[in-house]
Ligand binder design. Structure first.
Ligand SMILES: *[C@@H]1O[C@H](CO)[C@@H](O)[C@H](O)[C@H]1NC(C)=O
Ligand SMILES: *[C@@H]1O[C@H](CO)[C@@H](O)[C@H](O)[C@H]1NC(C)=O
Ligand SMILES: *[C@@H]1O[C@H](CO)[C@@H](O)[C@H](O)[C@H]1NC(C)=O
Length: 439
């Protein structure tokens, strides 16, 4: 009797402690965070929903793997009791490397305060930039143990940049900003890692429907039963010494993710290329980057010609059909065998630091279904993509179509990329994370 009374008392006491710790959020330290990202069918953008402000409201953002930081529209509908503009010469301004200080005369309000520092948020979809106030506010995301989303955790003072409403042009419906996952100190991966003291690693696994982003280390468990954080192939991440952002301060390096492609093979044969173009030059040209805002792999014109010629030759037993823009090389899909890795078309390989390490691009990531039984090689000629800017700034851009259903882990501390190769080979997909919350 005495014992059970004691037990009831003890459990009441425990309950009080538990309820106290759950309201005092910092005492729960997540090992990783998870953010579902869904492909918007009309724009092809990957859209995620975070919670921000006080009280918390859902904010949809377009994901930009190489983006500098989070920026959101503060001009319309930004209401928060915890919004804090970053004062000139504060630690926040120096962390963000902002050297621009200013006043704003139509405030005070979010995005418009005196004596604040600013940055230049970019809409990388339509390549438009502007200036905006640096600020901090609460951001909340779901934690994960690697299996499911768990309880929501929040960062009290996440740095982001305010933008005017016009910067939303071209973004998917309902989207209020962009989430930059680039390697800057105020990119989401670095800020979230330091807020929760976890490894400066994150992973993306995008798909043509629902995909997922993890902040922090694995396990990253996908149904039926795979921890995709093990069994990755690792290659170094390289630094491009010149920023690739729309505007930047002198001396800033690029926050995008570059890897060292040494050569390109089609069906095991080296494609003859000017390999100087594959290196990053001291003025920031050339090299290979991974971008999810470029929908398809985009190549410098001479590389485009060499790779597509090799592909056409390797598939010369299959008749071509009329091109469907923006693609040039199209076929009747029924002329290729269907395999687990997509249509059985010539294999394209990006050879990395040694000839035995390559990024293999199988049919599912090389061919695009354009309807009416026609598939086209999903590679674009860089000179046609943006005739005005960035014509051949980066020689090889590995685009969204090429990274779908591949898990990519970016380790900022070790400066390396881990990649899984096409997950269909392991009988899973990026849509196979178990999104049932266990909070
Ligand atoms: C900024 O300061 C000026 C005076 O220097 C004042 O007129 C203006 O109202 C202030 N704006 C804000 C947003 O506080
Ligand atoms: C290779 O590309 C580099 C960089 O654009 C250029 O300077 C060089 O002339 C090219 N070499 C050949 C053989 O075309
Ligand atoms: C997903 O996770 C939930 C919660 O742990 C579990 O009940 C469910 O069985 C899982 N789904 C599958 C398909 O394993």
């Amino acid at each position: 009797m005495a014992y059970s009374n004691y037990f009831i008392l003890l459990s009441a006491f425990l309950l009080i402690i538990l309820s106290q710790t759950s309201s005092a959020q910092p005492s729960f330290r997540p090992k990783a965070l998870v953010l579902p990202a869904t492909k918007d069918s009309s724009t092809g953008q990957y859209v995620a929903e975070v919670k921000q402000r006080t009280p918390l409201v859902p904010v949809k953002v377009t994901i930009d793997l190489g983006g500098q930081y989070l920026w959101v529209d503060c001009e319309q509908g930004y209401v928060s009791s915890t919004y804090k503009p970053s004062r000139c010469r504060s630690a926040q301004c120096s962390l963000a490397n902002s050297q621009a200080c200013g006043d704003c005369f139509s405030g005070p309000k979010p995005g418009c305060n005196n004596d604040t520092c600013g940055l230049s948020p970019d809409n990388t979809i339509i390549r438009l930039g502007t200036s905006g106030e640096l600020a901090q506010d609460v951001l909340a995301l779901e934690s994960t143990n690697g299996n499911n989303p768990g309880r929501v955790v929040s960062v009290p003072n996440l740095l982001f940049t305010c933008a005017p409403t016009f910067l939303l042009e071209g973004l998917a419906s309902g989207v209020k900003g962009m989430a930059g996952l680039g390697k800057s100190k105020i990119g989401l991966p670095s800020q979230l890692a330091s807020a929760f003291s976890f490894k400066r690693k994150f992973a993306i696994c995008l798909s043509s429907s629902k995909g997922v982003i993890f902040f922090g280390d694995g396990p990253y468990n996908f149904l039926p039963n795979h921890d995709l954080s093990s069994g990755l192939t690792y290659v170094p991440l390289l630094t491009n010494p010149v920023s690739t952002a729309g505007s930047y301060f002198e001396g800033e390096s690029s926050v995008e993710y570059f890897i060292g492609v040494k050569s390109i093979r089609v069906n095991n044969a080296d494609v003859p290329l000017n390999t100087t173009l594959l290196k990053i030059s001291s003025d920031g040209f050339g090299g290979t980057k991974i971008s999810n805002v470029d929908k398809y792999m985009t190549l410098e014109p001479s590389i485009y010609k060499a790779v597509t010629d090799a592909f056409v030759k390797a598939a010369s037993n299959v008749p071509r059909v009329n091109a469907v823009a923006p693609f040039r090389i199209c076929y009747n899909s029924k002329n290729f065998l269907s395999t687990r890795l997509g249509l059985n078309v010539p294999l394209i390989e990006l050879v990395l630091q040694s000839s035995s390490v390559s990024w293999q691009i199988y049919g599912a990531n090389s061919m695009v279904d354009v309807g009416n039984g026609v598939v086209c090689l999903g590679i674009l000629d860089g000179s046609l993509v943006n005739p005005n800017t960035n014509i051949v700034r980066t020689s090889v851009v590995i685009g969204a179509h090429q990274i779908e259903d591949n898990l990519l882990q970016f380790d900022l501390a070790a400066s390396r990329l881990g990649f899984s190769s096409l997950l269909y080979g392991q009988r899973t997909t990026c849509g196979n994370f178990n999104f049932t919350s266990v909070a």
